[in-house]
Design a protein around this ligand. Structure first.
Ligand SMILES: C[S@@+](CC[C@H](N)C(=O)[O-])C[C@H]1O[C@@H](n2cnc3c(N)ncnc32)[C@H](O)[C@@H]1O
Length: 363
């Protein structure tokens, strides 16, 4: 389609003139590479060599089209006739991977949904049907529906608090819903390190891809060592790749620097994983409290320790949880102070999602 190429500071003048003359096409002004603008012309506009253009060039360009506002408008016309309730109203994006839960009625048209979403969202590379979370590793069963490029891979990269994290929703648990908790962890560990007057050795035996670490590692002088692990081998692979990136620019190497693929409850049987941590993170929400008795051996008992974790608990058990935590610490030979178990809002389950924390002095 013909466009008039104009210096950008003359765009308005030419727009008004073309509109007044009845020469303006409705497709919109486009930016050209050389800082010029292209004003769209209709079939009534004079020929390129007409003196009315004052020597400006008339160029042939694909017109700018404003796409549909919503992915549903990109479905084949016949599908657009189906009731609106057929289609999902929400989806989740991790990096460039979009995951969408489809009800029965939409499942019959899953490929069309995937293609419509892919066409609509230019930053998405892969659209998957999300069939829910599976197994102890709590990873999602994902079915690729539509993608750009070759073989679709679910590995992708997200940004959180300015740090890049490799994730893979089909192989390793990750939830961005805990990102504020991770910032809070940084603040709590910073305060604890100041209280101890030394950098910390942090243990995260349920680390997943390791999202707790980038903030902690980026803080100068906060972390001197790290014990990290997960029972899921794919998680440990990503964790290692992520840690390599996050520790690359450190002046002093971490010591200890252990990354293991182990059941956290078995750490107690390995000397290199015991008696070394100042702070322990416990993020196995369905079983955190049950695992705690096996985890206390990771602490360095010559110092005060900090235990911080997350759990999903029955709402009516919440009032007794703080005492239960204190009793667990006492059975391990410690005294708990500044203990709390607090509900984290925004997790809409009938049970509640809590963060717990206690400072432990050893007898
Ligand atoms: C809720 S996820 C938390 C992952 C990570 N900390 C995060 O915030 O993204 C729990 C993790 O614990 C791992 N896991 C499950 N059982 C485990 C066990 N017995 N020992 C160690 N890791 C385990 C899972 O593979 C999963 O990656």
């Amino acid at each position: 389609m013909r466009h008039l190429s104009v210096p950008s500071d003359q765009t308005q003048v030419w727009l008004e003139r073309c509109r007044a003359e009845g020469w303006l096409a409705p497709t919109g002004v486009m930016a050209l590479e050389n800082g010029r603008r292209a004003v769209p012309l209709n079939e009534h506009a004079p020929e390129a060599n007409d003196p009315c253009w004052s020597g400006l060039l008339v160029v042939d360009l694909e017109p700018m089209t404003k796409g549909p506002a919503h992915w549903k408008e990109r479905l084949p016309p016949a599908l657009q006739q189906l009731p609106d309730e057929t289609w999902p109203s929400a989806y989740e994006i991790q990096g460039d991977v979009l995951m969408v839960k489809l009800e029965e009625a939409a499942l019959a048209h899953k490929k069309a949904v995937g293609q419509a979403m892919l066409d609509q969202l230019s930053s998405v590379r892969l659209v998957c049907a999300d069939k829910g979370v599976m197994g102890d590793f709590r990873v999602r069963e994902l079915e690729p529906l539509a993608w750009r490029g070759d073989e679709p891979s679910t590995q992708t990269e997200i940004r959180e608090h300015g740090h890049r994290i490799l994730v893979d929703p089909s192989k390793v648990y990750f939830s961005s819903r805990l990102s504020t908790q991770r910032m809070e962890t940084l603040q709590q560990l910073r305060a604890f390190s100041n209280q101890l007057g030394r950098p910390l050795v942090v243990a995260d035996p349920y680390a997943g891809a390791g999202p707790a670490f980038p903030l902690l590692l980026a803080e100068a002088g906060l972390i001197s060592g790290m014990l990290a692990g997960d029972l899921n081998p794919s998680a440990v692979e990503l964790l290692e790749a992520n840690l390599e990136r996050w520790t690359m620019k450190r002046d002093a190497p971490l010591a200890p620097a252990e990354v293991v693929c182990e059941d956290a409850r078995a750490w107690k049987n390995q000397d290199r994983l015991c008696g070394r941590a100042h702070a322990l993170l416990v993020n196995l929400p369905h079983d955190s409290f049950e695992h705690l008795p096996d985890l206390f051996p990771v602490f360095d008992r010559s110092n005060t320790s900090l235990l911080r974790g997350w759990a999903i608990v029955e709402r009516d058990s919440l009032p007794g949880r703080t005492d239960r935590l204190k009793r667990l610490v006492a059975s391990a030979g410690g005294t708990a102070s500044e203990t709390h178990v607090s509900e984290i809002k925004g997790f809409s389950t009938t049970r509640c999602f809590v963060v717990f924390q206690t400072t432990i002095t050893w007898d």
